[in-house]
Ligand binder design. Structure first.
Ligand SMILES: [Zn+2]
Length: 250
């Protein structure tokens, strides 16, 4: 039995959660969250604590932020987008019990100064521990919040790191370049008018990211802006990765 109450968007999500774990849920029922639901959530947070587990899309992130504002010290669970996809629809209700259990075992706690920012020291230490492809690690929302597919590709290009490079084998100087590139890309996205730094594509396939000038993303076959070589595409974690095979090293 999970001690905290899990906040989900709808009753289908509750069904999926209960298939995976023993837990109580509160449903926000869509993006227009009523005052009464927010009061119930605040009360639940005081009594048992809450875990926010909304869909990995734009609407879900919006709801997550609204709920988090009313629940100091709440916890967050994140489902990778590829685990939430079914026939073009994105939702917790599509996830397997195993994926839900994994998400609930990697919780993040909201801190008072939640900015989504991770220090370079923490970032470098986390890279060292992960024997996974750097691109899939960047897409893991429990690792770094706010870095979606587009920003990950652009940051890796700027840092000269191949998306298939093993995270644990990236040297500190290159980790520094990657960290700086991620910060720069996210800042550009915010400067371009985003109040959110999410670049999720919603269920209708609309890109919700804020326009930054793409150097590699969806430029497959076009010349690299740095070396003139051809930009290539590969699949990592079931998502397209765009990169320059000359400028980006494993
Ligand atoms: Zn190049």
């Amino acid at each position: 039995m999970i001690k905290e109450i899990i906040v989900v968007e709808g009753k289908d999500d509750t069904v999926a959660i209960k298939r995976a774990v023993e837990a109580d849920t509160i449903e926000t029922n869509g993006s227009a969250i009523g005052e009464d639901v927010l009061r119930r959530i605040a009360l639940a947070n005081e009594r048992r604590g809450i875990i926010i587990f909304t869909d990995p899309d734009h609407a879900g992130e919006r709801i997550r932020k609204i709920v988090a504002r009313h629940a100091p010290g709440c916890k967050h669970a994140f489902l990778p987008q590829e685990k939430a996809l079914y026939k073009g629809d994105i939702g917790i209700e599509n996830a397997s019990p195993e994926a839900i259990r994994t998400a609930l075992s990697e919780l993040r706690t909201e801190t008072a100064d939640e900015t989504g920012e991770v220090s370079f020291e923490d970032f470098a230490a986390a890279l060292k521990k992960r024997k996974t492809r750097v691109k899939s690690l960047l897409l893991n929302q429990s690792f770094l919040r706010g870095v979606g597919n587009i920003y990950a590709d652009e940051a890796l290009f700027r840092a000269g790191i191949h998306p298939l490079a093993l995270a644990s084998r990236i040297r500190t100087d290159r980790a520094r370049k990657l960290y700086d590139a991620i910060v720069a890309v996210l800042q550009e996205a915010i400067a371009a008018g985003g109040s959110s730094i999410s670049d999720y594509v919603d269920a209708e396939g609309r890109a919700g990211f804020f326009q930054i000038s793409h150097r590699v993303y969806q430029r497959t076959g076009e010349p690299c802006v740095t070396c003139g070589g051809v930009i290539r595409r590969t699949i990592v974690s079931q998502r397209s990765s765009h990169f320059c095979p000359t400028c980006q090293k494993r």
